[in-house]
Design a protein around this ligand. Structure first.
Ligand code: MIC
Ligand code: SF4
Length: 644
């Protein structure tokens, strides 16, 4: 039997395990990327491993998240990352050069290669046929040191794209439709592969929009074939030699096949507060809006910007709407500056932001109270914009630009003829904002700058025989890492200061969480399904570790967060009978007796509810390696022990 694209990529990089879905496999990593909000911690962890120089083919450190410098903290972190990168063989993409995923796609990604990034939207690279996976910072640090990256061998899903997108319907609408069909947990444990006649009608940036938002499905990654369209894109980026063909075998087997008819797809929107709460724009109707934001790693490519500029040209943004636009990279900004599209945006009244994540992560541009904001981004979780009661709708650049003019949610098909945008034969190529690392001979002399905001990170202790602790918090389904460890302009500067960060942990769910943890000194969290969806931030594990969380018991976990919990030394457990979730109340005294022996011997686990005098069966889905890691107290301790 033939192979899928995902299987081919894995097979070519497999160093441990067998390609049987559900089993743990280890793969070799060719490239890594970090961004600044997770990067400081990742490089502190890399330093703790004592490796002189990265062992990957290419590692890049981007500055794109924490670019609002309202105090010394972010600038200090940038300087730390720049110096660490210089010393250890990592390329440094300076602030202003753009969003990591957009720049990586333009300048570094290569079909057929593996990439892990300390950011959940790393699968953007799947748009050019990479096996690109989001991971916690510690996993990226290990990969930079030449270590194997472990995942559960995913199932393979094929999405057949039939036909061709109609005018005014966008790649964003394809992925919103996939989200509507599969939901935010529908992709867990799966690689989503795109195929069918519709593929060749989509440009690389359009494909990247789709693989980018595969993160919102919870998928391990998403991938497109690497074909002539990919080749043309790389050629226009001046790197045709990086192209390699990649396609699924005709007799490849898929565990699930979904068909999407592009001919009948309409403009869609994900309504508050979840990316899978998708409806047709025509169905939602002309709701009044306050803000439109265009950009983010999902929709900030040159063609996205050109479409927006064409729609805005000669018109003025509605008086009740604030329109903010952040082009995804210096290349994109440079090109729209040269061809006049930027001028069309400015003349229409757009507020041009620097090429960075910006409003997507709450770094400025929070909407007004109860504001309705249309965004071309990928996440609309409650509170993420920085305004607790705002309602965020995720839409295509076409819907966003059309609505910015009318002041209400607008189906762009009412605007007449759609602009036709062709990608250039040659992009402006200027890599001057990427600083290559020092040579190995010079690296020793380089001083690493550490600002006063950089504090030591917590490391777990070896697992105890028994755990007795309160159910310190009980939460529902689909809890995001934004709930666990919020981001935003006020908090993000403290990503390298876990003690300070800890006061914000779970604030939206229970304002007393941190205080209760401090009082108790320890705790167990009870969660629903898809716990920890969203970002790759390992802070959502490190901060609970710092606050004394020993175990998290849920109906199910999101992939990256579960790996981060294990790396941190917090035990992720699930209910055998989901109904038992209902029997536990916040504040109940719980006990995991004999937990160490059970994890060591792969035995069964029972949870005693001392307050209710009941017992429940728990399960864990952990590889032998992960069980050993937990016994040792997390990945750093485990690496130290196994390398003795
Ligand atoms: C996000 O979109 O939530 C982020 C900010 O890019 C995160 C990373 C982080 O929290 O630093 C992600 O997606 O992994
Ligand atoms: Fe940045 Fe937003 Fe993309 Fe995360 S999702 S990398 S915050 S642009």
């Amino acid at each position: 039997m033939g192979y899928t694209i995902g299987e081919k990529l894995i097979k070519a990089h497999l160093v441990d395990g067998e390609m049987v879905p559900g089993q743990e496999i280890g793969i070799r990593i060719d490239q890594t990327l970090t961004q600044d909000a997770t990067g400081t911690m990742a490089y502190l962890e890399f330093e703790a491993m004592g490796v002189e120089r990265v062992k990957t083919e290419l590692s890049v450190a981007y500055i794109d998240h924490n670019t609002l410098q309202t105090g010394f903290e972010n600038a200090d972190d940038h300087r730390f990352i720049q110096s660490v990168a210089n010393k250890h063989g990592i390329y440094f993409s300076r602030p202003g050069n753009g969003i990591c995923h957009q720049v990586h796609l333009e300048r570094f990604g290569k079909p057929g290669k593996t990439l892990i990034g300390s950011d959940s939207h790393t699968p953007t690279g799947g748009g050019i046929g990479m096996l690109a996976i989001g991971a916690g910072g510690l996993d990226v640090a290990v990969a930079m040191g030449g270590g194997t990256y472990y995942i559960t061998m995913p199932k393979m899903v094929r999405i057949n794209l039939k036909g061709k997108l109609q005018p005014w319907v966008a790649a964003k609408d394809i992925i919103l439709e996939v989200l509507r069909v599969m939901s935010v947990k529908g992709g867990v444990g799966k690689i989503i592969e795109y195929g069918g006649e519709g593929v060749k009608t989509l440009s690389v940036p359009e494909r990247a929009t789709i693989t980018n938002m595969g993160a919102e499905l919870g998928a391990t990654t998403s991938v497109f074939p690497s074909d002539e369209v990919t080749r043309a894109f790389l050629k226009a980026q001046g790197r045709e030699e990086d192209w390699a063909e990649l396609k699924a075998d005709d007799d490849a087997h898929y565990d699930e096949v979904i068909e999407i008819n592009l001919n009948t797809l309409e403009p869609l929107a994900a309504m508050p507060h979840s990316p899978d709460n998708v409806k047709k724009v025509s169905e939602i109707g002309p709701i009044k809006i306050n803000q439109v934001c265009i950009g983010s790693c999902t929709n900030s490519s040159l063609s996205d910007m050109m479409k927006v500029a064409a729609i805005l040209k000669g018109k003025t943004v509605h008086p009740d709407v604030s329109l903010a636009i952040a082009p995804g990279s210096m290349q994109v900004l440079n090109m729209i500056a040269r061809n006049g599209a930027l001028s069309d945006m400015i003349s229409a009244g757009a507020r041009i932001l620097e090429s960075a994540c910006g409003p997507c992560i709450g770094m400025g541009q929070s909407p007004c109270s109860e504001g309705i904001s249309l965004r071309t981004f990928n996440r609309n979780f409650e509170g993420r914009s920085g305004t607790a009661d705002a309602g965020i709708y995720l839409v295509s650049p076409e819907v966003a630009a059309a609505s910015a003019l009318t002041g209400v949610l607008t189906d762009p098909r009412t605007l007449g003829e759609a602009p036709e945008i062709a990608l250039p034969d040659r992009f402006i190529i200027n890599d001057s904002m990427v600083i290559p690392p020092a040579s190995p001979e010079n690296a020793k002399e380089i001083k690493v700058f550490r600002g006063p905001n950089i504090k030591p990170f917590p490391v777990s202790e070896a697992m105890t025989e028994n755990i007795e602790a309160k159910a310190i918090l009980k939460v529902g389904d689909n809890i995001t890492t934004d709930h666990i460890m919020p981001a935003g302009a006020k908090i993000l500067p403290y990503r390298s200061n876990i003690p300070y960060l800890s006061q914000f942990c779970f604030r939206q769910c229970d304002p007393n969480f941190a205080e209760n943890c401090k009082k108790e000194g320890k705790g167990i969290i009870i969660g629903g399904a898809n716990y920890g969806q969203g970002s790759s931030r390992e802070h959502a594990a490190l901060v609970p570790l710092y606050l004394g969380i020993k175990a998290v018991i849920t109906k199910s976990f999101a992939r990256i967060h579960k790996a981060n919990l294990v790396n941190a030394g917090i035990i992720p457990l699930t209910f055998v009978n989901e109904a038992d979730y209902n029997r536990i109340d916040q504040g109940d005294e719980l006990a995991l007796n004999g937990i160490r022996a059970a994890i060591a011997g792969a035995g069964s686990i029972r949870l005693t509810n001392i307050s209710k005098n009941e017992e429940y069966d728990l399960a864990y889905d952990l590889s032998d390696r992960q069980r050993e890691m937990l016994l040792a107290g997390g990945l750093l301790n485990y690496t130290r022990e196994t390398s003795k």
